[in-house]
Design a protein around this ligand. Structure first.
Ligand SMILES: [Zn+2]
Length: 52
């Protein structure tokens, strides 16, 4: 199953696997939302993800 996240900044992050999605979101947060870095858990990320 693939997953899609629509970030509040307008970025779309899509991945084929949970692990990959979490890594990509963590990278996006580090690059774009440094104030949120370390505050989003895997559960938070998966709660935002839509299966596609
Ligand atoms: Zn964003």
């Amino acid at each position: 199953m693939a997953y899609l996240i629509n970030c509040e900044c307008g970025a779309q992050i899509r991945a084929e696997k949970e692990d990959s999605l979490v890594l990509q979101v963590e990278q996006h947060v580090a690059d774009t939302h440094p104030e949120l870095k370390g505050k989003m858990t895997r559960d938070d990320i998966m709660a935002m993800a839509e299966p596609v």
